[in-house]
Unconditional design. Structure first.
Length: 549
């Protein structure tokens, strides 16, 4: 998911059972991809799901359990052997799903198109990715209940790179003789809302000799589809999902909504119900879904579906899980891994995950949280100019629409949510709460292109649903409490330095619920005025990232 930026470099799994309009129904069990320490320590930096949690979701009618895990942890050296300890933990979960519970397990490389922060095709060869899937396929090719999710949420990379890595994964899997179902993801966080901006054309040529794959897309319900903000009450499933639905049908393909999540307020649950009804009405192409998220360390996270935390959302989802039969357990269940002798207390910090639209920058995977109030006047509607542009540039097109430059060409108009308007603030475009635009010249954010074609590595992996990824900070970093549990730490409020100098694109927390970004000033890069997190959210830092949650 997206907080806008959590999810970075990992894997994932799923489990399935039952009969309804959907073939696959489930939840992401996040935890094995957590923590910035590689390889890290089990139950300190990362955790695998509890069997009791899997039991809960299966007993309530779900047939898919998704479990993210890191490529770097399972294969510490490219092309090398798998780490036996990490693999054993993963395999125990797969066996518990497919053998003990009799459900499907979807294993998903949750790495955002990267290995150790290096983009595939731009420092890591596609053959390494293909070799990874050869190893995985050989492990599970005799288990038809294992589904192969190729690569979670590629982003900020050429569309052709994503096409090539997905095709390489398919080729590797089929070379082993494996016939398992495969999920193929697109660029730009594989968003449903932006699928037609470039993924439709780039991913259409994907081929599979067995024709046994489905396209996996993700979707959130706030005004920039990141999962960071509050849900938009006027969210129209037909408008958001319609173009991708029509494309899938025209291509003779099926879609899997691999991540989605929403809060438990009455207006959000109404949006959830209408979305599920839309998907069910179009289940000829939308064959399944997996909620984001669940897991032992999510605590009070607003999208947590764990028992007690997500009962309101589960009540809606159960209307679309009409299970008429239960799986037959295997006669000899496979035991689950034993936790470390002295387990660390469950962290209480709430997290989100995902990808955000409004953040131009010279390096890949850069996102900025949506502020509660604009720091500059709202832009007057403008008409898009023809011609090329720099990838990552953004501009307001009208009072409540904006466009993003994707690899040299302006994408189609994106709509802000109801009750919000498009507002430029320095080098970022925001959809802010307002109804009356103020007449000011339109602002076009123009990031400074990187001096060389080699991309800056993406942020260190940390968990789904989607936060703020930023370039490497300048010498004055955010003061952060050391990570000891595999989760983000809360940033210690800091005061802007007297020199006010910074590196373009840098962010920092400057209060419990405010942050600053470094933009272009009259004399070069300088700290902008503090921005407020949305009401009820606080500023947090983890590595090179700033989050409001």
């Amino acid at each position: 998911m997206k907080n806008s930026n959590l999810l970075i470099a990992f894997f994932g799994l799923f489990c399935v059972v039952g009969v309804s309009s959907f073939k696959y129904m489930g939840v992401s069990q996040s935890g094995a991809e957590w923590g910035s320490n590689i390889p890290g320590t089990y139950y300190v930096d990362y955790v695998f799901p509890k069997t009791s949690s899997i039991d809960y979701f299966v007993s309530n009618g779900m047939n898919t359990i998704r479990i993210p895990f890191l490529w770097e942890r399972i294969q510490p050296t490219l092309g090398g052997s798998f780490d036996s300890n990490y693999l054993a933990l993963l395999d125990a979960t797969v066996q518990y799903c497919t053998v003990t519970k009799g459900v499907y397990a979807l294993i998903d490389v949750h790495n955002y198109g990267r290995y150790n922060n290096v983009i595939l095709g731009m420092g890591v060869d596609y053959s390494q990715f293909q070799a990874l899937w050869v190893k995985l396929a050989n492990l599970y090719k005799n288990n038809p209940k294992v589904i192969f999710g190729l690569m979670n949420e590629p982003n900020e990379m050429p569309y052709n790179n994503v096409y090539q890595l997905m095709q390489a994964g398919i080729n590797g899997i089929r070379s082993t003789g494996a016939t398992n179902l495969i999920t193929v993801l697109g660029n730009d966080w594989t968003g449903v809302h932006s699928w037609m901006d470039g993924n439709a054309a780039a991913m259409a040529p994907i081929t599979d000799p067995l024709n046994n794959f489905m396209f996996e897309m993700h979707q959130y319900f706030d005004n920039n589809y990141s999962g960071n903000g509050a849900c938009v009450a006027s969210f129209d499933p037909a408008a958001i999902f319609g173009p991708a639905t029509a494309w899938l049908r025209s291509q003779g393909r099926t879609g899997f909504l691999g991540e989605f999540g929403i809060e438990k307020s009455s207006q959000c649950l109404t949006v959830l119900a209408s979305t599920m009804a839309y998907l069910e009405a179009n289940s000829d192409v939308w064959v399944g879904w997996a909620w984001w998220a669940a897991g032992p360390w999510w605590g009070s996270y607003k999208f947590s579906l764990e028992q007690g935390a997500g009962d309101a959302q589960m009540a809606v989802l159960k209307n679309y899980m009409k299970v008429t039969s239960t799986p037959t357990p295997a006669p000899t269940p496979v035991p689950t891994p034993t936790p470390a002798p002295t387990p660390v207390p469950t962290p209480t910090v709430s997290l989100t995950t995902g990808r955000v639209v409004a953040t131009p920058a010279p390096t890949p995977v850069v996102s900025t949280p949506v502020p509660s109030t604009p720091s500059t006047p709202v832009a007057t509607p403008s008409s898009p100019s023809a011609g090329s542009c720099v990838s990552g540039m953004m501009r307001c097109l009208s009072a409540n629409t904006y466009s993003t430059c994707n690899w040299g060409a302006w994408a189609g108009a994106q709509s802000c949510g109801s009750g919000t308007v498009c507002s430029p603030s320095g080098d970022v475009i925001y959809c802010v709460a307002s109804t009356t635009p103020i007449a000011t010249p339109p602002v076009v954010s123009t990031p400074t292109p990187a001096p060389t074609p080699v991309p800056t590595p993406a942020p260190t992996p940390v968990p789904t649903p989607a936060p703020v990824q930023v370039p490497t900070p300048a010498p004055t970093p955010v003061v952060v409490t050391p990570l000891t549990t595999g989760q983000k730490s809360v940033a210690t409020p800091s005061t802007p330095s007297s020199s006010n100098t910074c590196s373009f694109g840098q962010l920092r927390c400057v209060g419990a619920s405010s942050y600053q970004s470094c933009g272009n000033g009259a004399n070069g890069p300088t700290w902008a005025a503090p921005q407020q997190c949305q009401a009820g959210l606080s500023c947090h830092a983890a590595g090179n990232q700033i989050y409001c949650y």
